[in-house]
Design a protein around this ligand. Structure first.
Ligand SMILES: Cc1cc2nc3c(=O)[nH]c(=O)nc-3n(C[C@H](O)[C@H](O)[C@H](O)COP(=O)(O)OP(=O)(O)OC[C@H]3O[C@@H](n4cnc5c(N)ncnc54)[C@H](O)[C@@H]3O)c2cc1C
Length: 441
């Protein structure tokens, strides 16, 4: 086997999965990441001394590729998280004792079934049950472009979820999944990509006890990692690619670096890959620029006492700016993660003061929902992503076919990974990275 030198652009899960897969085959890998740490939208951070994840952290039992990757890097232990979330019943009114909630909890199937029966019409439930069965039976149905959802989208002209299910179903169960996974409202999400959302709803989740940081810390021991290195240009040459990137120096000037590589993997969200591809492959750049992304802002707040109980650990908060408030972990019920996403939660460059006041109003809603005041706030941190969630596109499978056709012109010198190829979950990103590595080899 010939040892090749490959540059991987992007140090999120897609890029790390690609890079580690290449090192397994003995290739030299240079991983270029524009930020000063690895992890991308998993968002490793701290609240005081405590390591926390501001972005993707929940790992499904069916995340087999991601789990294998994490085990290879660091054998961290998992805390069960299950599915535990509650939505406000559509008929609910606030009373002195709080608001009636419909819990969905993977450890309480009967309670969840009762909630589900109130969330949609019999036709909704039948349609959903059939699709969920396909996702349970066929591993590929929970990823983008699967035959099951391709056929369905083609037959129905890929309607928005609001044109396929009743308002009761879209505003309760389906909104919970589309806002959480794609930052999209059900009228912005399509039947052809619902398999990815059902993959989330039919899985049960855990999180790493110490977050992803210990695994991420092990990556530089396996390959050459360059942080604070933004790739600005890719130039094809006779036998491979020249990669150009900039780093900030202490004098605040930008240093420009170049390196020749036998191949490049662009492990970036579509909007970041598009401008790098556009100069040489304009059509591919154009196709990638049509993939939609929505913003999110996340605040993690430490309270003097538990906010949630063991039975209610997260609440989907209607259509306010705060789409979801949840305990950070099963036992971390005094630590609450507020997510601002969905149509009314799309903030534009918020300041700390903006987020502070939004958290205060979400706290007031939570307090009304529970019918009791919240404990004292001790500390908090926040993070905003202007393009947090990949929301795919209508007839996304067709777009993927066009991307695949255009990618053939990359001549085996470049391949693509990222959340727009198989789905936005960490598992889908991990698989896309591994597939990009395999395609290049
Ligand atoms: C708030 C939030 C919560 C989520 N929760 C979950 C969850 O619980 N479970 C789950 O499965 N999924 C979750 N997700 C989704 C999941 O985290 C993401 O889809 C996934 O992390 C994306 O990984 P990626 O490597 O494809 O992209 P990214 O993580 O975005 O990585 C791309 C990297 O490329 C870098 N980069 C960009 N441009 C350049 C350039 N020109 N040169 C060099 N580097 C560049 C970026 O800095 C970034 O680090 C969540 C997402 C968000 C935002």
């Amino acid at each position: 086997m010939t040892v090749r030198s490959i540059a991987v652009v992007g140090g999120g899960i897609s890029g790390i999965a690609a890079a580690v897969a290449l090192t397994r085959h003995g290739h030299h890998v240079l991983l270029l990441e524009s930020e000063d740490l690895l992890g991308g939208r998993t968002g490793p951070s701290h609240l005081g001394e405590r390591p926390i994840m501001m972005g993707g952290k929940n790992i499904g039992r069916r995340y087999s590729h991601l789990r294998a990757l994490l085990a290879e890097l660091d054998d961290g232990t998992f805390e069960d998280f299950g599915i535990n979330t509650s939505t406000v019943a559509s008929s609910a009114r606030s009373t002195a004792r709080g608001t009636r909630l419909l819990p969905l909890d993977s450890s309480r199937p009967l309670t969840s079934l009762r909630s589900l029966l109130q969330m949609g019409t019999p036709r909704d439930l039948l349609r959903l049950a059939l699709l969920a069965r396909a996702v349970r039976r066929h591993d590929d149905a929970r990823f983008l472009g699967s035959p099951t959802f391709r056929r369905l989208a083609a037959r129905r002209d890929d309607p928005a979820l609001t044109d396929y299910f009743s308002p009761r179903m879209t505003s309760s169960l389906l909104r919970l999944a589309t806002v959480r996974m794609n930052g999209a409202e059900p009228d912005e999400a399509y039947l052809g990509t619902l398999g990815t959302n059902l993959g989330l709803l039919t899985d049960t989740f855990e999180q790493l006890d110490h977050g992803l940081a210990p695994a991420l810390d092990r990556v530089p021991a396996r390959l050459d990692v360059q942080l604070s290195s933004r790739v600005t240009e890719l130039r094809p040459h006779a036998t491979g690619m020249q990669v150009q990137w900039t780093t900030s120096s202490s004098s605040h000037t930008r240093d420009v670096h170049t390196r020749d590589a036998d191949g490049v993997i662009l492990a970036l969200p579509a909007h970041a890959a598009a401008p790098l591809l556009a100069p040489h492959r304009p059509e591919l750049g154009r196709l990638l620029s049509t993939v939609r992304y929505f913003p999110a802002t996340v605040a993690v707040v430490k309270y003097a006492d538990d906010v949630f109980t063991s039975e209610i650990r997260a609440v989907a908060m209607g259509d306010g700016p705060c789409s979801n408030a949840g305990a950070y972990g099963t036992t971390d019920r005094d630590l609450v993660r507020f997510t601002f996403s969905g149509r009314r939660g799309r903030l534009d460059s918020p300041t700390r003061a903006d987020v502070d006041s939004l958290v205060a109003s979400a706290e007031a809603n939570l307090s009304d929902t529970f019918g009791r005041p919240l404990p004292e706030r001790l500390d908090w941190t926040w993070r905003h992503w202007s393009a947090a969630y990949c929301a795919y596109s209508r007839h996304h499978a067709r777009l993927l076919d066009q991307i695949a056709t255009e990618s053939r012109s990359l001549d085996g010198r470049m391949s693509l990974a990222g959340d727009y190829l198989l789905g936005a979950s960490l598992e889908a990103c991990c698989r896309s990275g591994e597939a990009a590595a395999a395609a290049l080899l």
